[in-house]
Design a protein around this ligand. Structure first.
Ligand SMILES: Nc1ncnc2c1ncn2[C@@H]1O[C@H](COP(=O)(O)OP(=O)(O)OP(=O)(O)O)[C@@H](O)[C@H]1O
Ligand SMILES: [Mg+2]
Length: 256
């Protein structure tokens, strides 16, 4: 579905040149759930930006569904790391925006907004403006805003990073339930190894900057998975330990 072929990304600033992504080749299969883990600043967001068509690779190609795409790819929903809601719109108006742009009937928009806001636990906050919501609530509204139009591929950059443990598990469960139903292709960046193992078919481990693929670990845990039940299980913990071993040296390089 999403194919990175020998992709490198370089940024030039006035003082220096930074290589963020270095010769990444990776095939993400249709309807798979793939998690990216790697040290802070290694190039994960850059890779998502490139997949979405927001950043041009310096070398290599990215194909979507077999095709080279130019510019922003509308088939891909992207929950960015620094997602912001429009401050002048209520939470519901933010969540329903994509459906409004599709000119769907108001009754359908209202029904779907209600459904997706319930899914992220914001049913009673539809009329609140972003400034009247907590940070975690704004994050959840941003998720609903992307999920609501059911894109065939979704990129999510640390979507649950700011949420407390309890809420995180609940959001993981909602996401997996949704994905079991619509089977979109998902690329999900996280620093939480247990989260990656709980969610993913494959976990891609990146090196410290520039991002190269250090390993791709297939997670064979049976589905459907219940995050509440498996998060602290021996199976998940033992895969986390394996991933940690791969990451440890890289993290040491990031924070010296
Ligand atoms: N537009 C840009 N111009 C210059 N440098 C950039 C730009 N975007 C990213 N970088 C640099 O590229 C490198 C990778 O950044 P990126 O945001 O991809 O990291 P990341 O893996 O997502 O980190 P984190 O886990 O902290 O979010 C960093 O050194 C960053 O400073
Ligand atoms: Mg990032």
């Amino acid at each position: 579905m999403l194919n990175f072929n020998d992709v490198s990304v370089e940024f030039e600033t006035t003082q220096s040149k930074i290589v963020a992504v270095d010769h990444v080749t990776l095939d993400i299969q249709k309807q798979n759930f793939v998690c990216f883990v790697g040290p802070s600043g290694c190039g994960k967001t850059t890779l998502l930006n490139a997949a979405a068509g927001l950043v041009m690779p310096s070398t290599g190609t990215i194909r979507y569904d077999g095709q080279l795409r130019k510019g922003f790819n509308k088939d891909i929903g992207y929950v960015t790391q620094t997602e912001t809601l429009f401050p002048w719109r209520t939470a519901a108006e933010n969540v329903g925006l994509a459906l409004e742009l599709q000119n769907l009937p108001r009754s359908e928009i209202n029904e779907r907004v209600d459904r997706y806001m319930s899914l992220v636990g914001l049913r009673n906050f539809q009329d609140h403006y972003p400034r009247q919501l907590s940070g975690g609530m704004r994050r959840r509204a941003a998720l609903a805003r992307t999920w609501i139009y059911e894109p065939e591929t979704v990129l999510m950059d640390e979507p649950f990073g700011a949420l407390d443990e309890q809420l995180k598990l609940s959001m993981q469960k909602q996401l997996l339930d949704l994905w079991e139903r619509n089977r979109s292709t998902i690329v999900f960046v996280t620093h939480d190894l247990a989260e990656a193992v709980t969610l993913a078919d494959q976990v891609v481990v990146f090196t410290s900057r520039p991002a190269r693929i250090k390993a791709v670990k297939t997670i064979d845990l049976p589905r459907p998975r219940d995050p509440y039940r498996i998060h602290f299980s021996k199976e998940v913990q033992s895969i986390c330990a394996e991933l940690w071993e791969l990451l440890e040296d890289e993290l040491r390089e990031t924070v010296q």
